[in-house]
Design a protein around this ligand. Structure first.
Ligand code: GLA
Length: 400
């Protein structure tokens, strides 16, 4: 949830990207980086707002990612520069303070402070950030940054930090230091991604299952380019309404409410909590069902599940904006579309389409044209690949 529009050219090949990051590192800090880390953004294929209800999400860690090139320092200071914003931050590890406002550097500071609280003792470093995850658009740029930062500290410190623990610590940093009460979806996606697979995440026991997507289906992100508005307050409100519904139903989370229970007792729930619960119970079940449909290449099922998800997001969970409705129309009218729906928290930002692989280019052109005609806004439409979770990599070799 960072706040700027400036993005580097994301179509850059990895070699050029590594050269540019290394060059900027030299210019800013002098010398060469000794460690490179990367962490992906994510797009959810099904399971809007199910994570904090401890339900299922089908998520795809994506090929848009955040890179950090780093080198240790022995004076207990962290100096960090972001190429996306042309901004830098410096702080001492023995006095980590939160900067007022929603500043990018709070994600870095928050991860350092949380690792410290967990007894891990991060060391000082110089670090250069470069991200191709669009900011504030619902693809988890903040979780990608947190996960990349945690990977840098773990790499420099030589710690054996499991991906699960890393994700939980990053979520803690966002909840407690940054002050955003998100669920586990974003950090888990960024830390646990597996190349070539979607992940079915069970947000109660935090287990994940790799889900293979049939080869003829491509995942295409369609960015409305409209900022997610009100998402902070609306997000907290949705959470509170879900908790209210769970309390009336006598369950610890909506994960435990079955469709039968809800049908029998819906009249006991006040509105809008009843509508919210109806959406969450159905959406969590859809995440599991879509996993099977994508593997089996069951296109009618994919179409139906995505349509139900969007209708529920619009009418029951009320997280859709006019820009999202216009994008939905554009996606559904485009050649090759199999299914389309919202992504992230809603309220604008990116949406996602499942598209026949052979028609991806025609789909893209048609969506761009139709969305522009309807809104006079130029969207961004691009296919994404399933990416590996946060890890160190050899940037020096890539850059040669
Ligand atoms: C945001 C939050 C996640 C999740 C989604 C909605 O991305 O950070 O935890 O709740 O919204 O599914």
């Amino acid at each position: 949830m960072l706040s700027t529009e400036s993005m580097p050219d994301w179509t850059m090949d990895p070699k050029t990207r590594a050269e540019r990051v290394a060059a900027r590192f030299r210019e800013t800090f002098g010398g060469e980086p000794e460690l490179w880390a990367r962490a992906p953004g994510r797009v959810d294929l099904m399971g809007s707002h199910t994570d904090y209800n401890l339900g299922y999400v089908l998520t795809l860690p994506i090929s848009r990612d955040t890179w950090i090139a780093a080198r240790r320092r022995d004076d207990g200071t962290v100096r960090i520069y972001t190429m996306n914003l042309d901004a830098e931050d410096e702080f001492r590890l023995d006095a980590i303070e939160r900067i007022p406002g929603s500043k990018w550097c709070n994600y870095v500071r928050g991860v350092a402070a949380t690792l410290q609280d967990a007894g891990l003792g991060p060391m000082g470093c110089d670090a250069m950030i470069h991200s191709t995850v669009p900011l504030e658009s619902g693809l988890s740029s903040s979780a990608a940054l947190e996960s990349a930062v945690a990977t840098v500290f773990a790499g420099l410190g030589g710690w054996d930090l499991t991906n699960e623990r890393k994700a939980l610590l990053c979520q803690k940093a966002e909840n407690e230091f940054v002050g955003v009460n998100c669920g586990i979806l974003d950090q888990y996606s960024s830390c646990l991604g597996r190349q070539g697979c979607a992940l079915l995440l069970d947000c109660r026991d935090l287990s994940t299952r790799a889900v293979w997507i049939a080869g003829g289906i491509r995942i295409v992100v369609c960015n409305t380019m409209s900022r997610r508005r009100l998402s902070g307050g609306e997000y907290a409100q949705r959470r509170a309404e879900c908790e209210q519904a769970a309390a009336v139903l006598g369950v610890s989370a909506l994960r435990d409410a079955t469709p039968q229970m809800l049908a029998a007792r819906r009249h006991e729930l006040p509105e809008p909590a009843a509508r919210r619960a109806e959406f969450i119970v159905a959406e969590s079940a859809r995440a599991e069902t879509l996993a099977g449909a994508l593997t089996a290449d069951d296109r009618p099922a994919v179409a139906r599940l995505c349509a139900e998800s969007f209708a529920g997001a619009r009418d029951l969970y009320e997280i859709c904006s006019p820009a999202m409705a216009a994008m939905m129309d554009a996606m559904l009218a485009a050649p090759g579309v199999i299914g389309a729906r919202q992504a992230g928290a809603g309220f604008g930002g990116c949406m996602v389409a499942l598209v026949d692989a052979a028609s991806t280019d025609a789909f893209r052109t048609a969506v761009l044209d139709a969305y522009y005609s309807a809104t006079q806004v130029r969207a961004e439409v691009y296919p994404v690949e399933a990416a590996q979770g946060a890890a160190v990599f050899d940037g020096a070799v890539i850059g040669k």
